[in-house]
Write a protein that binds this ligand. Structure first.
Ligand code: GLN
Length: 500
């Protein structure tokens, strides 16, 4: 039996009735990774020994107990931005090439408590800066639906690893769209929770007021299961909130069509602007009609200030990044590039390490952010962007006085070709035009695969399309329930399979 194309809840069912062992499941993922990953390049590295030993531990727990956490014995991949004690964490950067994590991120600690199986670290854009995973210093990940196309980014390795069945689920991070956009491009579910719901402790910082860990999964119930395992207050991250932990999986299981009756669904005019692929527009409209048919009321809304979100984001995110990345100087943190023994001063050592350690996009962001924060420019850039952020927060708040949930596209286009946007940073930045404002507003959002469009460069091929759902602060259960109802209607997993 091929055990590597199951959902987490299916794996859990099999383990519960002791039909298979976690070791068998893990073994089948390992076989598939060995066969397929040399083509997809979703992983930066795997640790099969560790995976099998985690699986054996899980099997012992399963033997002894009839009740065990959902993730027990489930092989998951982890974006290479999370610290795992004793393991290499590179953030896909040369500057962290030989960095071994001294401790576990809180998310990892929680996963270990749930007896998960660690199967490998996934590729990403360097320091999570990018939308295609092409900014990785190590390799280019391919989209499992078309090997000539990008998987999206920055959690592209995570999305590709779930889509190509190289793990059962993946943890990623989302600062401006990095979970939702790759999930959309790879035909999987991506959930970026409310800021503060999951601890950022032990996750390498890019932009601290925007970064949020989240999940990439095969279906909505799996996303709920993974979310529940990771959430909760953490005294090591002062931005986490003491919120009631909801039983997301049980809530999702109860979601049904009837609950759509009377649901107020907001359609923001700004999310259907020029630049949106007309075929994606039509797909989103099909879902709007579907919800209407189920008794939801559709409300046209406006989020007028979201048109400034990309601009505000690239001031705030680069400013925070320039400060967060200051620590990589080749002495306190980061590889020291001192082969050149002629270096005359400490300053030269810093410069050399940063020059050789960081890639082009990271340097571009550090320069932009340093400029935005410099004396005399602070008011014109950072302060102004923060004011715009407040307006965006208010736009959403006002809208949620009238609607329960907001619906739109995740990405303006399906997966683009490798190399297509690399020479034009602005067009790359626009890939996140529909996702960025949500991070600025600290809100939760989910990308759900709802169908596919024809692949223009591959006869008979298709490219997945993602729908984005946005809900008020800390209402992930609403997002998940609505997504589950749509998922049951569109049956994406039954209709589409990647080429790899
Ligand atoms: N693509 C966006 C950027 O390049 C968002 C990245 C992210 O969410 N980490 O910054």
């Amino acid at each position: 039996m091929d055990l590597s194309n199951l959902t987490i809840h299916q794996i859990n069912d099999l383990l519960k009735c002791r039909e298979v062992k976690s070791v068998d499941i893990t073994d089948s993922y390992i076989k598939r990774i060995k066969e397929i990953d040399p083509i997809i390049s979703a992983y930066l590295y795997n640790d099969f020994e560790e995976a099998l030993s985690n699986a054996e531990d899980a099997d012992k727990i399963i033997q002894k107990n009839s009740d065990f956490p959902y993730l027990t014995g489930v092989p998951l991949s982890i974006k290479d931005i999370f610290l795992i004690k004793g393991k290499r964490t590179t953030c896909a950067s040369k500057i962290l090439d030989n960095f071994i994590s001294p401790y576990d991120a809180t998310v990892i600690k929680r996963l270990k408590k749930n007896n998960y199986v660690f199967i490998g670290k996934t590729n990403m854009d360097e320091f999570a800066m990018g939308s295609s995973t092409e900014n990785s210093a190590y390799k280019i990940t391919k989209n499992p639906y078309d090997l000539n196309r990008v998987p999206g980014g920055s959690s592209g390795g995570s999305a590709a690893s779930v889509s190509a069945d190289l793990c059962a689920g993946s943890f990623g991070t989302d600062t401006g769209g990095s979970i939702r956009q790759p999930a959309s491009l790879c035909g999987v579910v991506g959930l970026k929770p409310t800021y503060g719901l999951i601890s950022r402790y032990g996750i390498i910082a890019f932009s601290s007021s925007l970064d949020q860990a989240g999940v990439i999964a095969n279906d909505v119930l799996d996303a709920a299961i993974m979310l529940k395992a990771a959430v909760g207050f953490d005294e090591k991250d002062q931005t986490t909130r003491k919120l009631e932990i909801k039983n997301y999986p049980e809530i999702v299981k109860k979601a049904d069509k009837l609950t759509m009756k009377g649901l107020k669904v907001g359609i923001p005019v700004e999310f259907f602007s020029e630049g949106l692929d007309p075929k994606i527009y039509l797909k989103i409209m099909e879902i709007k009609d579907l919800l209407k048919g189920l008794g939801a009321s559709i409300v046209d809304i406006s989020l007028p200030d979201t048109k400034y979100s990309v601009a505000a984001y690239y001031v705030i995110a680069t400013s925070e990044a320039s400060s967060n990345l200051e620590r990589y100087d080749g002495i306190r943190f980061g590889s020291r590039f001192n082969e050149d023994k002629n270096l005359q001063s400490l300053d030269e050592l810093y410069k050399k390490s940063r020059e050789l350690g960081f890639g082009k996009e990271v340097k571009r962001r550090i320069i932009l952010g340093t400029f935005a924060l410099s004396a005399g420019y602070y008011d014109a850039y950072y302060k102004k962007a923060s004011l715009v952020r407040k307006l965006i927060i208010k736009n959403y708040k006002d809208s949620f006085n009238n609607v329960d949930i907001i619906l739109g596209p995740t990405s303006p286009t399906p997966a683009f070709l490798i190399g297509e946007k690399m020479s034009d940073p602005l067009s790359m930045y626009l890939s996140d035009i529909y996702t960025i404002s949500i991070n600025l507003a600290y809100l939760p959002a989910l990308s759900l695969p709802i169908g596919a469009v024809e692949n223009p460069t591959k006869k008979g091929g298709v490219l997945p399309v993602g729908l984005q759902l946005i809900s008020p602060w800390a209402t992930e259960e609403r997002l998940l329930s609505v997504a589950k109802v749509i998922e049951d209607e569109v049956k994406f997993r039954e209709k589409y399979t990647p080429v790899m």
